[in-house]
Design a protein around this ligand. Structure first.
Ligand code: KG4
Ligand code: ZN
Length: 352
């Protein structure tokens, strides 16, 4: 089974071809990506209109390249998959329409993929792990702890009450005058900083659920800044290190809580999987590795190129959904919002 995957929900345009291995897991035959970071950097964040136009400009070429790299034709594919959300509507429309057009022209099945589900299933592409497992999804737009029970079967154990983790890194970086995207910059500055100099809060620590809240921590950094009209390079490094140390404590604590809840509701998970751009963060990776050694729970950290947005994860989610018997029609509409666990979402919004 071979599927083409298209990703355009945020600021990366990506296309890839993935093939199912005979005994589970997948082989990535090609994985093309074009990042728009440079186009958005001047604005300190992703500008939806610029993103949508940039996707339109490169998508055809990228699909051609993905097919050529994989050494296959459209005729060799079993299906076309495209991310249909959640994300920026203009961008989602570009990838979704391209995917539908290719499916229509070739008569192949079409699969509309939830971008979050694609992140959630990547560990099965790389490591072939079995359900159920615990997923920590930490990106610029999402911060969730999910029990991944099967294809299309998710239970949200925790989410953020305010900012996403990557967003908090980006906002702190911006306050400190560091360039976008801020996560890697904060991590780099923190290397020469003293993480004990500023006593920053650890929001939600030891709360008996697996939710996050990051705005208080961000505000605490801002208050420290306001007390210092002039910042030395050392101040910046120390603030970054103190902020990052607080984040690490919170992440480890929240994951522990989610594991406890997982054990009560579902028994033992097969693994802890980390996905999303923030999974690139060294101190977070190291502390989760330590926790995995202590608890004996297998930790899966997919390679960074598969943790951040990419086409291979969409192609793989397409394979998983196709195998589970799901395909979609040409009337599938783009979804700016598309939670994996609809029940948790309704409870969260007070509509249980
Ligand atoms: O998953 P991703 O590439 O894009 C989406 O948000 O979907 O994640 C990007 C986010 C940004 O907020 C970026 O600052 C953060 O991941 N990030 C990091 C690091 N590398 C990227 N945060 C902390 N430490 C890093 N090394
Ligand atoms: Zn993503």
């Amino acid at each position: 089974m071979r599927v083409l995957g298209i990703e355009t929900t945020c600021d990366e345009t990506a296309a890839a071809v993935v093939q199912l291995k005979p005994h589970g897991g997948g082989t990535i035959l090609s994985n093309e990506i074009m990042s728009q970071i440079a186009e958005h950097a001047a604005y300190g964040g992703v500008v939806p209109e610029i993103a949508a136009r940039a996707h339109v400009e490169v998508i055809d070429r990228l699909v051609e390249r993905a097919l050529a790299d994989a050494g296959c034709d459209l005729a060799d594919l079993d299906a076309i998959a495209a991310a249909a959300g959640p994300g920026l509507i203009g961008g989602v429309m570009v990838g979704l329409t391209t995917g539908k057009a290719l499916a229509l022209a070739t008569g192949k099945p079409f699969v509309a993929v939830n971008h979050l589900e694609a992140h959630a299933l990547t560990a099965r592409l790389t490591d072939g792990i079995e359900f159920p497992y615990l997923l920590l999804l930490v990106s610029g737009g999402h911060t969730q702890l999910l029990a991944v029970k099967g294809v299309g079967d998710y239970q949200r154990l925790g989410t953020t009450m305010d900012d996403a983790l990557g967003e908090a890194f980006d906002k702190v970086a911006k306050m400190l005058g560091l360039p976008y995207p801020g996560g890697p910059q904060v991590e780099k500055a923190a290397e020469t900083g003293d993480s004990t100099r500023f006593d920053l809060p650890r929001p939600m620590l030891r709360r008996p659920n697996a939710d996050f809240s990051l705005s208080g921590l961000k505000t605490a950094v801002r208050l420290e800044l306001e007390r210092r009209p002039r910042l030395s390079q050392q101040d910046v490094a120390d603030l970054c290190a103190s902020f990052q140390a607080a984040v690490v404590d919170v992440v480890v604590d929240r994951v522990r809580m989610a594991l406890r809840q997982f054990a009560t509701d579902l028994g033992a998970p097969t693994a802890l999987v980390v996905a999303g751009g923030v999974a690139a963060n060294g101190p977070i990776r190291r502390s989760l590795t330590r926790m995995s050694t202590e608890t004996g729970l297998k930790l899966v950290l997919p390679p960074l190129s598969l943790c951040t947005d990419n086409g291979a994860m969409i192609a793989w989610a397409g394979i998983e959904r196709l195998r589970a018997g799901f395909t979609d029609g040409m009337d599938f509409a783009p979804r700016p919002r598309w939670p994996l666990d609809l029940r948790a979402e309704r409870v969260h919004n007070g509509k249980a």
